[in-house]
Design a protein around this ligand. Structure first.
Ligand code: ZN
Length: 431
């Protein structure tokens, strides 16, 4: 299946041995070259020699965003400055930016991983790839661009926003692949529809990064832009950047590059592995990262592993789409609610549109209430409201075990933004 950027494990059965070799190398490399890791590992009673199986992962201490903030700016640096060639940074939730440093080998590895995404998405060297994500300190723009060039397709580096420029370049240069966030993709689709430009486009594929998308959003993009395939790309700045996994189009599951990192799915409270198929936090250990290796990095992103062979033929392992962040979980009447669950419910109800908002508040009697405002699908007759409301209420009740109110609004009436769209509004007052 993957010919140009195949798995580094010769056969699927060899992946575990490949991961063990990488784990041993990473612990040795971090122990020898980073005072931070040496102290952490020593405190946990771990020496590089004591790593003999993948089970030894359990003995390794966790790494968090707080550690990156505490050791700002070069918290995880495990290579001499002379060998570092670039930094990237992302905003940290705890104040300081997260800064990550890269050697040339790290950049080469990242590009190979990302180029594999383009290969899995079925691109060829003939493709023209318009890149509408952020440049600068962010990993997004340069990640999409350098991998595109390595792959051999034509990069059109526009950056985010500016719908006018996006659509005119898309027409003039006959762009075939558009890379953007889901919110940006939706805005572009609506712009193209509004101006009646669809027939002038030559767009075949959309690659979405950095943000959750609902099925309704994807359907709108496909219809308005005349596109057949939409792919989700995953990645965190801490784990190189975007390009460390891709949805192949068979369901929403994402193949991840297990030959470059180990992914554990752990219960965020107990930090023990969840049962197969259960939702938990994604914890990353890199296998060959030199500048800033990761050992059991708690990402706070939630997903579940997907078992079994994929019909696309790619044998690298899969996880589900990102179902939210363990920090975004809101506790409603004692139940953990995360946005991804609401996406899932709405995706399963025919007649819902692209956007929704969840409002949490206190009613007059002091009880918590949840009100979900949902757009009707395009052109749907409000006569069907009663049934649609019932279907949503029962879906939420079934999945989250909470009762909610539903308000249906016209398609296109909820706000959209080019960046991440806020969907949960917690208006409860806690005193
Ligand atoms: Zn697949």
């Amino acid at each position: 299946m993957l010919k140009r950027f195949p798995s580094k494990a010769a056969a699927p059965a060899d992946l575990a041995a490949h991961q063990l070799a990488g784990l041993k190398w990473t612990v040795r490399h971090a122990f020898d070259n980073s005072p931070f890791y040496r102290e952490r590992l020593a405190a946990a009673g771990v020496t590089p020699e004591s790593i003999t199986s993948l089970q030894d992962l359990d003995r390794l201490p966790f790494l968090t965003a707080q550690d990156l903030s505490d050791g700002y700016p070069f918290a995880l640096r495990s290579a001499p400055f002379a060998d570092l060639v670039r930094i990237h940074a992302s905003s940290g939730t705890t104040g300081k930016r997260k800064v990550l440093c890269y050697t040339q080998q790290d950049l080469d590895d990242w590009q190979s991983m990302f180029a594999r995404c383009y290969e899995l998405a079925g691109l060829t060297r003939e493709d023209r790839v318009q890149i509408a994500v952020g440049y600068g300190l962010w990993t997004a723009g340069v990640g999409f661009q350098q991998a595109c060039e390595k792959f051999g397709a034509l990069a059109i580096p526009v950056g985010p926003g500016n719908l006018e420029l996006q659509t005119s370049l898309m027409i003039d240069l006959q762009t075939t692949v558009f890379c953007c966030t889901a919110s940006m993709g939706l805005l572009l689709a609506e712009e193209v529809h509004h101006k009646g430009l669809r027939d002038k486009l030559n767009l075949k594929k959309i690659i979405l990064g950095a943000e959750r998308s609902s099925s309704a959003m994807l359907e709108t993009m496909k219809e308005y832009l005349g596109v057949k395939d939409v792919y989700d790309i995953t990645g965190l700045t801490e784990v190189y950047g975007p390009g460390t996994g891709l949805s192949c189009g068979h369901g929403s599951a994402i193949h991840y590059w297990g030959d470059y990192y180990i992914l554990e799915i752990l219960d965020p409270t107990t930090l023990l592995p969840v049962a197969p198929g259960e939702v938990g936090e994604m914890v990353f250990t890199t296998l060959c990262k030199q500048g800033a290796p990761l050992i059991r990095y708690r990402s706070r992103d939630l997903t579940r592993l997907v078992e079994g062979a994929c019909p696309c033929g790619c044998t690298l392992p899969r996880h589900d789409r990102i179902l939210g962040r363990s920090d975004d979980v809101v506790i409603f009447r004692g139940v953990n609610v995360y946005p991804g669950q609401i996406d899932e419910v709405l995706n399963g109800v025919a007649g819902t549109g692209s956007e929704y908002q969840v409002h949490l508040g206190h009613s007059e009697d002091g009880r918590d209430f949840m009100k979900i405002r949902v757009e009707r699908a395009k052109g749907l007759d409000p006569q069907a409201d009663l049934q649609l409301r019932k279907a949503i209420v029962s879906g939420i009740k079934h999945t989250l075990i909470v009762t909610c109110e539903v308000e249906l609004v016209d398609y296109g009436s909820l706000p959209r933004s080019e960046k991440k769209t806020q969907r949960i509004f917690d208006e409860r007052k806690f005193e």
